[in-house]
Design a protein around this ligand. Structure first.
Ligand SMILES: Cc1cc2nc3c(=O)[nH]c(=O)nc-3n(C[C@H](O)[C@H](O)[C@H](O)COP(=O)(O)O)c2cc1C
Length: 171
């Protein structure tokens, strides 16, 4: 299967997730093209799509949301997996569970353009520099921790499930 993995990243961690997914799909025999959404000129010629974005203010980066809206026709009728990269895993306990609820808000906007096979909310890299002084203070006050929270085992598992679903479609 020919798969497009398209992503939008502000500080680079979502790009890393997209690269990981690409590698995992290729390792399972799929032909994969990896592109930042702004570099995708045509979605014709792909059998399936994995599209992801960093989360800012409980939404996809505008460039990624715009990509889905602009390509809703091209993507319709083909399997689409979506992923978001945010911060819930950098929080603890009840706050983490509360933060996971943002998935509904993130998805509500995207579902207007696409009906995904599945959506995953991963945790990315949190840095004080990216948040700015006030944002970083607020995040710390909520018990947030800075660091790289990308769970590669979780991404490997998810990628394997996508690869299996694609292999089934082929047969
Ligand atoms: C300005 C700003 C706003 C953010 N807002 C959210 C948010 O609303 N929800 C969330 O889960 N993560 C939020 N984050 C955390 C990022 O999604 C996280 O750091 C992610 O790894 C960024 O991906 P990137 O490195 O590809 O840009 C925010 C980060 C920044 C810098």
């Amino acid at each position: 299967m020919r798969v497009l993995v398209a992503y939008a990243s502000a500080a680079g961690s979502t790009a890393g997730v997209a690269e990981w997914i690409t590698g995992a799909l290729m390792a399972r025999g799929h032909e994969v093209v990896l592109r930042p959404v702004e570099e995708v000129t045509d979605v014709a010629g792909y059998d399936a799509f994995v599209v992801g974005s960093a989360v800012h203010d409980q939404a996809w980066l505008p460039v990624a949301a715009d990509f889905l809206a602009a390509n809703r026709r091209g993507l319709s009728g083909k399997p689409v997996w979506l992923f978001s990269v945010g911060s819930p895993g950098a929080l603890r306990g009840p706050l983490r569970r509360w933060a996971m609820l943002e998935e509904n808000d993130i998805l509500a906007e995207l579902l207007m353009d696409v009906t995904p096979v599945e959506h995953r909310l991963f945790t990315g890299v949190l840095t004080a520099a990216a948040f700015g002084k006030f944002g970083a203070l607020l995040f710390r006050a909520m018990g947030g921790r800075f660091g790289d929270f990308r769970d590669w085992a979780e991404m490997e598992k998810w990628s394997a499930s996508i690869a299996d679903a694609l292999a089934e479609q082929k047969t």
